[in-house]
Design a protein around this ligand. Sequence first.
Ligand code: NAD
Length: 354
Amino acid sequence: MRPFVYTGFPARVVFGAGRLAQLPAEVAALGAQRALVLCTPEQRATAERVAAALGERSAGVYDQAVMHVPLEVAQAARAHVRSLDADCCVAVGGGSTIGLGKAIALTSALPILAVPTTFAGSEMTAVWGLTEGGVKKTGRDPAVLPRTVIYDAELLESLPPAIAGPSGINAIAHCVEALYAVDANPIIEMIAEDGNRALAATLPDVVSETRSIEALESALYGAWLAGTALNGASMALHHKLCHTLGGSFNLPHAETHTVVLPYATAYNRDAAPQAMARIRRALGRFDTGDAATGLRALAQGIGAPASLKILGMPADGVERAAEIAARNPYANPRPIERDAIRELLMRAYTGESP
Ligand code: NAD
């Protein structure tokens, strides 16, 4: 066996439909008396219910979370937390809301209890992000890792299929890149393959009109594993491309991951054969004999957007994106070559076969 390093990160996970009922006990277990419930403006009603369930331990609801945590939003939230003398944040939402909780924890070390309502996986990572002047900075700090995570699939029943599908593929992208990461290890590979399997098996149900709580629960389990893979292994070309496209052209986060993933996988096809075999195995009925086309078949099977053009990328952006992505590249199985990256992006722009 090849030598490896594995770091386990502490997080208490409470999993199961209806388990939000545990929230007051979990907040109490953190020793908190005044928990501020964070959410986006759209999820205010859900957050109000959560705050009501907290009773005396609630310090109210703060509904200003937005995508990519603008610095001024983080600063306003930090001031609000101080003014209330809150001693805990309960982040109810997707990566944007959990990201706001992390921004608060970064400067205050307040514990976060996360209640994820998408499949993004931020609740399992010690990675924070803040956007200043249109530029997103990220970093790692153990203080921002949520202390407790409650995965309750009932909260995802309101997630529109058009958000749920790309969010699930965003999670699969964490699994795919963990499988060929420069610092991959057998534990994370096992987690990543199983996360990929759970998501690929259930996403078609999750986006259907007749979706079941079991399908949501199984996909949420996959998202937990995917978030663990994201935290436990270094991400490569795919995440670099998505950060570049999101940052430079303001493309939507999960949808960009969904479009780019088959092309980034194809780029690494010959350089990471073992990872490709594991991705294919996890794809189940979407296995086409090739990991990249299988991932595309899955995305098509759930009706996800299929090209960067549809997402609003300008045609003349391909050259610029290739230049930025080739600069300071992340470690990747196949070396980053600017011309090949430009070709990859052009294919993703038009949506042709990966
Ligand atoms: P999001 O949190 O922005 O949510 C998308 C939309 O869906 C929002 O309008 C939200 O209100 C709504 N929504 C969420 N859950 C819902 C539900 N159950 N019912 C109804 N509406 C619901 O999207 P996201 O994709 O979860 O997160 C994206 C952000 O998270 C990006 O900024 C990304 O960079 C960040 N992220 C960070 C990490 C990390 O480790 N730091 C990991 C993954 C994502």
